[in-house]
Design a protein around this ligand. Structure first.
Ligand SMILES: Cc1cc2nc3c(=O)[nH]c(=O)nc-3n(C[C@H](O)[C@H](O)[C@H](O)COP(=O)(O)O)c2cc1C
Length: 327
């Protein structure tokens, strides 16, 4: 696909890319073809928690191109939830085969389903025989312990009619650190199965390199890089780069919208977390970074943010960097 028309997906980031964030990003920046909603995790009775209900409610997502994601260890839980989501009007539901959390993998969910490929096959057999009413995509890691597991996992996944396979080429053991194994993705992209690439696409040149190396990739999925620099997808589509003025307006709008709906304490924790990513884009924000960790009220938070925008400049290439998160 032509590089400039390659669509960008916003990766699901639980605790960051909630409904308010998605709507505000769409309104201020755009450039994203699909926003993947952070996972919902059905229990036996397929009941959604109130938070999950809100996150997938068509009203909450009206006008946004969103895809719900389901984390399940039992095929009946996945298929039953997918049916509820198709009935709500969604045409695609994404299966999470990537979550690395120990409490999740212990229940054979997320990347825990990659450990036993007979179990994975049985899961997918049941899902695809019982599901109707929409399409299923998958977001997967390339192994539990080692990238050597990928060929066998991929041989299973490509036997099923997924509408797309989004590959985050890290193993479960890597969590979100270390380098993605692009060589493993190479074998996926060559197979001409609809696939998308996810992992460490933090700059335009990162995106270009993957698009160039893997011309059969159907889309690029960006997570932390797009939270840190919310203009990156727009810029990839030929639009303008990030400006400090619009970033400030975006941060202020997020704060106001969370405040209108959430209790102060939740607003504060959430904005502190989101700003950890955005601060990566600034030159020398150390004083503000330290201050931000210590704020106790929304007013104190606003004071630090106002000072940040008044006193610090954006870096020449504003982008996410893992080592800047903990400065
Ligand atoms: C805080 C956090 C929450 C995440 N939540 C989810 C999730 O709900 N579902 C999912 O498939 N991946 C989740 N991920 C993984 C991201 O979607 C993505 O695969 C990962 O961050 C690598 O892409 P990136 O380098 O572009 O951020 C999460 C990652 C982080 C850091």
């Amino acid at each position: 696909m032509n590089e400039s028309t390659l669509p960008i997906y916003f990766a699901p980031l639980e605790g960051v890319t909630d409904g308010i964030f998605r709507r505000t990003h769409f309104e201020f920046f755009g450039g994203v073809s699909k926003y993947y909603i952070p996972f919902i995790s059905p229990t036996q009775h397929l009941a959604f928690t109130s938070r999950e209900q809100r996150s997938v409610s068509p009203a909450e997502n009206a006008g946004l191109p969103v895809v719900p994601q389901v984390l399940a260890g039992r095929a009946s839980h996945f298929a039953g939830t997918a049916k509820l989501l198709f009935d709500l009007g969604y045409s695609e539901v994404n299966l999470n085969l990537g979550c690395p959390s120990g409490t999740v993998t212990a229940k054979h969910k997320g990347s825990g389903l990659l450990r036993d490929l007979n179990e994975l096959r049985a899961f997918l057999d049941e899902v695809f025989t019982s599901i109707s009413g929409g399409s299923v995509s998958v977001k997967t890691r390339i192994g539990f312990e080692s990238a050597d597991e990928w060929d066998a996992i991929w041989a299973v996944l490509r036997d099923y009619p997924f509408m797309e396979c989004i590959v985050h080429p890290r193993t479960r053991s890597q969590f979100y650190k270390g380098s993605p194994c692009t060589d493993a993705f190479a074998r996926t992209a060559e197979a001409r199965f609809p696939c998308a690439y996810n992992g460490d696409l933090n700059t335009l040149s990162d995106c270009r390199a993957i698009a160039k190396r893997f011309p059969h990739t159907g889309a690029l999925m960006l997570g932390r890089g797009l939270v840190a620099n919310p203009a990156l997808a727009r810029q990839w589509q030929g639009g303008k780069g990030l400006s400090k003025l619009e970033l400030k307006a975006f941060c202020d709008a997020l704060l106001a919208r969370y405040e209108a709906q959430w209790p102060h304490k939740a607003v504060l924790g959430h904005m502190q977390e989101t700003m950890r990513y955005i601060l990566c884009c600034f030159d020398e924000p150390k004083r503000e970074q330290r201050a931000l960790r210590k704020v106790r009220t929304v007013e104190e938070y606003q004071g630090v943010i106002d000072r940040l925008f008044a006193e610090c400049e954006l870096r020449a290439e504003p982008c996410f960097a893992l080592d800047r998160m903990s400065l």
